[in-house]
Structure formats: C-alpha cells, structure tokens
Design a protein around this ligand. Sequence first.
Ligand code: S6P
Ligand code: ZN
Length: 190
Amino acid sequence: MDFPFIFTLPMPQVIPSRVDNHIERRLSAMQGQFLDQEAYAEMLARDDRLVYEVYEIERPEVEGEMLMGISIVHPGKVGKEFFMTKGHYHSILETAEIYYCLRGEGCMVMENPEGYMCVETLVPGTVLYVPPRWAHRSVCTSRQDDLVTMFIYPANAGHDYGTIERQGFRKLVVESASGGSEVIDNPRCK
Ligand code: S6P
Ligand code: ZN
C-alpha cells in the first residue's frame, strides 16, 4: 500500500532530499543535436562537459501515477547555441507536463506535430504548462547560473526522443550579436 510522502528542495542547491535516479547527460550524449557540428567536435575533443542533470523521484510508470523531479541545465554554449536538454515528445502524445522554474534564466522550446511552435521564457517563479502533443526542450541562457526547473507529468507518458533526434526542433536558441539570446529558425528544418 502507498502512503503519502514528502521531500524538500533545500535552497540554494535545490537537490531534492529524496532522489531515486540521478541522470547525467554529457556532451557525448548529444551527438547531432547542436547546429555547429565543428564546434561540437572541437569541444568534445577537449572535454566531455556535463550539459544537464535530472533528479527523479521514482513511481510506477502506470496510468494514475505522476512522475516528478528536478532538471538542471548548466551554463555553456556549443558555437553560439546554448546548452539544452535533448528534448522529446511523450510516447503517449496526449500527456501534458508542468514545469516550475526555481533558479536561473532560460526558456522552453516547444513544437507540435501540427506545425505550431512556441518559446516561453523561464525565470524563477514561472510556471509553464506544456499541453498534450507538444515536444519540449529546456535551454539555459545564463552565462553563469544553472537553469533549475521542477517537472511533474503522468507516469505512463514515456519518452519519444527519436523524432527530435531525426528532425531537430524548428527553433534554436543562440547568443545574439549584443551578447543576449535570440530565437532563430533551424536551417536544418525545411
Ligand atoms: C520528462 C521531463 C523532464 C526531462 C528532463 C531532461 O518528461 O520533460 O524530466 O526528461 O528535463 O530532458 P530530456 O529531453 O533529456 O528528457
Ligand atoms: Zn517531458
């Protein structure tokens, strides 16, 4: 039988007091994801940098349960493109997700199979609702701070990474001429 449980997100580290899985994604796991492949190869040859981490609270991956955890995207760029998560659709496309930004600066790049795109800014306090059918990727646009978000989604959602790996997102987040960030079209998407 399940009993209710609590955990805490102690500030400022925001590492949950309960963690069942800790996932680390390094540059080497992001093959083909960044636009500037030359910059990617050069950076990887120097150092297989940690791009992002996820702390998950484990629950049975069945309908009715929820999964939650903390996602931390570290600051960095490959060429002009900011560090980001791989991004995915949910395998059960009709499942939504909620993100709550705790620290840092960044955005969520989203698109759906119907051809719509959306980029929402994330700053501490932002709550983002990603509706069913929208692929999502978090991007850290700060030069020095991690982008930390909490996520909650149906435990049976599953992850489809393949569609994004093959096509990329249609929008990319890159450093602008003034040193800020801007959203550009992905030239690899026709
Ligand atoms: C899961 C949820 C997050 C991401 C995490 C890493 O549905 O959206 O837990 O898994 O932000 O991103 P990704 O694209 O590597 O799974
Ligand atoms: Zn998701």
